[in-house]
Design a protein around this ligand. Structure first.
Ligand SMILES: O=P(O)(O)OP(=O)(O)OP(=O)(O)OC[C@H]1O[C@@H](n2cnc3c(O)ncnc32)[C@H](O)[C@@H]1O
Ligand SMILES: [Mg+2]
Length: 175
């Protein structure tokens, strides 16, 4: 089975590798545009980005499965949460979607995002190190390393693959 992930971000690629443990897959990565802003500002926009990347990966990579993993933020009465969404696209199927962990961002970071900055660079500035989004991510920084970005996306991947295999099983029973 050929699986294409629509991003070159190593944390996302690692999550896909971690999750297909029961099947042999041929994995490749393509930098697929999300079709939404670089910093999605709602669940809806983040979901749209994940679906666009999954569909784009399936199409451009001519694989069996396309995966899109997208990070964003969502405003609430409690403050600004990071949100993470994944989508799995396969021929003849409606895209499968799943959401990941969410935690509140500290107010000093939230304020910068509300004025239009992107979380990736803001985190580099805050943590005083490069490539936070390719490594532990904001989620890793604010959970003291207990849940890093790859791990968080691995959970999203398992939710996607689990739903996909369930649907396949149901289709077999019906046919
Ligand atoms: O190359 P791509 O796949 O675009 O990788 P990216 O790191 O830009 O990832 P996203 O577009 O999915 O993420 C949107 C923004 O949120 C940032 N980000 C960093 N850590 C995050 C986390 O733990 N959760 C959500 N977003 C995070 C990320 O760097 C981006 O600025
Ligand atoms: Mg991005």
């Amino acid at each position: 089975m050929r699986v294409i992930i629509g991003s070159k971000n190593p944390a996302k690629i690692e999550a896909v590798k971690n999750s297909f443990t029961n099947q042999y897959i041929e994995l490749s990565s393509l930098d697929i545009p999300s079709g939404v802003s670089d910093q999605p500002l709602s669940d809806e926009e983040t979901i749209k980005g994940a679906i666009n990347r999954a569909a784009g990966a399936l199409r451009e990579g001519s694989g069996d499965i396309g995966i899109g993993l997208e990070g964003g933020v969502q405003e609430t009465n409690h403050g600004l949460f990071i949100c993470n969404w994944g989508a799995l696209a396969a021929k003849g199927l409606e895209p499968i979607i799943a959401g990941g962990a969410r935690i509140l961002l500290p107010e000093e970071i939230a304020a910068r995002l509300r004025t239009g900055e992107e979380l990736g660079p803001v985190m580099e500035d805050y943590a005083k190190k490069k490539n936070v989004s390719k490594q532990e991510g904001a989620v890793g920084v604010f959970t003291n390393g207990l849940v890093n970005r790859a791990e968080m996306f691995t959970h999203v991947m398992n939710l996607l693959i689990g739903q996909y295999t369930y649907q396949q099983k149901q289709n077999q029973i019906e046919s």
